[in-house]
Design a protein around this ligand. Structure first.
Ligand code: 5AD
Ligand code: SF4
Length: 441
């Protein structure tokens, strides 16, 4: 009987994509996935450490999963990803049930690590910086649940060093994946029936600067759009500073690039932006958005916001509300500032009390709620192109518009993977109820 693995993923889409690759590696080793951790021979937690909450969650999960060893003494528990990278050996000491630990730099070593752990050793591979051979990881296939939309990691790491952020510690310096390697994966995915390619990186718009032949990100967009069968292209996450005019022009010019962009602004106050070392001002951000809106009419914007950064005053926070009011994002992801060990902001003077953060977060979300209802109404009566991704129940399909909104429509499974045109009958912030008009392609 084949061995089974259970994997639990925390954090961002990059982590999610790492898990897809880990699943591919496990498949080549003969492991089958299971949804039930109690019957697994290998339990893996792919962790995040961006804020304090995910850290705590991981430890409580290990506490639960270690019970597996009572039933199956040979079962292995592994921890990988950003928390593993940040905490290292200390985590094995805190949670001795952990047999395997590796960071995102060491994913390709998983086969050796499993061997080592099966032989009874603690298998820990946590490097301080990416190894020479990390590109080997691209040789492994990914294993995905969504048949029509696929993530493709195009770069790793981040050079921006925002003062609140732990990512440069956990993911290292920016490294771009080569154009050939990306295109090869895109071709393979399209051959498998994928229609939407979602490019990933901590800072995708900086792709290509460090390549042997430095290449702008906009060129990558053009190259991918030329691969026959690519119907849609998305990319996350960009930094406002790298959203150069050529990227905006490419977005406007390439029909496959979706009408949506996630562009974190983090804070509206220039004083706070400077303390965060974001290297732009509120005015610069708003100018980029203005430019985007003009060039790509109807673009749906989303963003990340941190409330309660050290020393943030009521007046600073008002600037954040201001940006939210002016831009009218379709979606915002807001977070209370969480001090991360080893980052400059963690030890800054003027830490903001939790009650104040909670209050600001609530006001932000109240404001956003109104904006979302207003924007949703604008969809009513419009005709949208939807990529049908899933049959939720018999005869009920769900898919996404190019503006990244979920849509529901009636239809049969023959529409799965098709791009259809549909009229929006009723719109709420998280769903568009649509009626099918025609199949486009
Ligand atoms: N505290 C709160 N939020 C944070 N983020 C990153 N670091 C922190 C932190 N220390 C948020 C940012 C980022 C998103 C992924 O998480 O908004 O864009
Ligand atoms: Fe979490 Fe950041 Fe790591 Fe993603 S890159 S898993 S958000 S710490």
């Amino acid at each position: 009987m084949s061995k089974k693995y259970f994997i639990k993923t925390f954090g961002c889409q990059m982590n999610f994509n790492d898990s897809e690759r880990i699943r591919g590696i496990l498949r080549t080793l003969g492991y089958e996935p299971t949804e039930n951790w109690e019957e697994a021979d290998l339990i893996l937690l792919n962790t995040c450490t961006i804020r304090e909450k995910p850290d705590q969650k991981v430890l409580s999960h290990i506490g639960e999963y270690k019970k597996i060893k009572e039933k199956n003494p040979n079962a292995l528990i592994g921890v990988c990803g950003c928390l593993a990278q940040r905490v290292g050996w200390e985590l094995v000491q805190k949670a001795p049930a952990v047999d395997i630990m590796f960071s995102s730099f060491n994913m390709h070593q998983l086969p050796e690590l499993i061997n080592q752990a099966q032989a009874g050793y603690k298998a820990v591979a946590i490097l301080d910086s990416p190894p020479e051979d990390e590109d080997k990881v691209w040789d492994f296939p990914t294993e995905r649940d969504n048949l029509y939309c696929a993530y493709v990691t195009i770069m790793k790491g981040c050079d921006k060093n925002c003062t609140y952020c732990v990512v440069p510690q956990t993911r290292g310096k920016e490294r771009s994946r080569s154009l050939e390697s990306i295109l090869e994966e895109v071709r393979r995915l399209v051959d498998d029936g994928v229609r939407e390619i979602h490019l990933l990186g901590q800072n995708v718009t900086a792709w290509g600067k460090d390549l042997e032949r430095p290449t702008p990100f906009s060129e990558l967009l053009y190259e991918i759009s030329k691969v026959p069968g690519v119907e849609r292209i998305r990319f996350t996450t960009g930094h406002p500073r790298d959203l150069t005019d050529d990227v905006i022009e490419a977005m406007a010019d390439i029909p496959q690039v979706c009408n949506a962009l996630h562009l974190p602004f983090q804070a509206g106050s220039n004083r706070i932006l400077e303390l965060m070392d974001r290297k732009y001002t509120k005015e610069f951000y708003l100018e980029r958005i203005q430019r985007l809106k003009e060039s790509v009419p109807g673009i749906a914007l989303s963003t990340d916001i941190i409330v309660g950064f050290p020393t943030e005053t009521e007046e600073d926070f008002e600037h954040t509300l201001d940006v939210v009011r002016e831009v009218e994002f379709e979606q915002i992801f807001s977070f209370k500032f969480s001090p991360r060990p080893g980052t400059p902001a963690a030890t800054m003077e003027g830490q903001v009390p939790d009650e104040v953060k909670t209050d600001r977060m609530k006001r932000l979300l109240d404001l956003q709620k109104g904006i979302m209802s207003k924007l949703a109404k604008r969809y009513e009566g419009t005709v949208q192109e939807i990529l049908v991704e899933e049959e939720r129940e018999e005869g009920v399909l769900i898919g996404r518009t190019t503006t990244n909104k979920w849509a529901t429509l009636k239809g049969g499974s023959e529409l799965l993977g098709k791009i259809v045109r549909a009229e929006v009958r009723e719109a709420s912030p998280f769903n568009l109820n649509c009626e099918l008009l025609e199949v486009v392609r």
